[in-house]
Design a protein around this ligand. Sequence first.
Ligand code: BGC
Length: 358
Amino acid sequence: MTLTGSPSQAASDAAVEDFDSIKLYTLKNDQGMTVKVTNYGAIITSITVPDRDGNPGDVVLGYNNVEGYINAVDKPYFGAVVGRYGNRIAEGSFTLDGETYSLAVNNGENSLHGGIIGFDKVVWTVKSADDRSIELTYVAKDMEEGYPGNLDVSVTYTVTDENQLVIDYHATTDKATPVNLTQHTYFNLQGEGEGSILDHELMLNANEFTPVDQGLIPTGKTPNVEGTPFDFTSAKPIGRDIDDDHEQLTFGGGYDHNWVLNKSGEADAPTLAARVHDPASGRVLTVSTTEPGIQFYCGNFLDGRLQGKSGKTYGHRSGFCLETQHYPDSPNQPNFPSTILRPGDTYQTQTVFGFSTK
Ligand code: BGC
């Protein structure tokens, strides 16, 4: 990975002690798919897949140097693994086994994506890497960003000949702690920097979602999506209802919500969560996961100030994230599936991003 700019200035913003240890790795399959990954933030910097005519295109937003990621305006978390807790914890506080913990607060009064220096801003260790797969590990210390327990984390990215990117997450702890790991890649199936994603057609395999308050903290309710702009049970363009007069869309500035995934079959096998089709390029992204929820965020906070890896600016809603996860604020919401990992147990989840064309 090229390093430009001033590492010492960049280092003050992130937990980077040794810039020389930051490297870029390329995974590839026999079908021409390539995935680039850096051990800074376990970030996916590019995914190249063919369109319906066989032309390769890079379908994820990002930078071509590490300073881009470190210094990005508003910290969009392009391509990163977020943790220890992906999404928000209300007022950066939760009580576990009778003890109240105060987290680093970085989003109004709330804690977002693990705090000020989350897993997206640290240098991971490369445990193994070959053409097909890379395993990255990170040890988050007891009370890092306010979370209890030394947490051993491993994320493995693997490409298959079916044009899939398989992501396996593992974690163990020496004290009970909340854990919620996800991948924050922004996709644009037409190609990064190729404009808005509002014409992409999205299907979410979810009959319910978790509405939020103004700070984007779930209210605890899980209403049915039927008859609302949140109904993606049949594919529709992302932009079709996005500007409807609906309080939830006002709070999110568009879609920035968690959906409750419909589940059937084996709990530990990934099930279909989402499918996105870009009519222009013909590219299709299918997301499957073992997780119970998915955050669909459609780049509402992108505003054209960020310039990406090929020099194009990233405008409003020019990328979308499908973050497989447990529901936001679960440590404070007894009715949501638990995110607490205890010593002796293993956190183990899998998400698969599959690419095809039609
Ligand atoms: C959140 C957004 C946030 C974005 C940061 C998403 O996961 O839901 O509210 O602005 O991450 O890029």
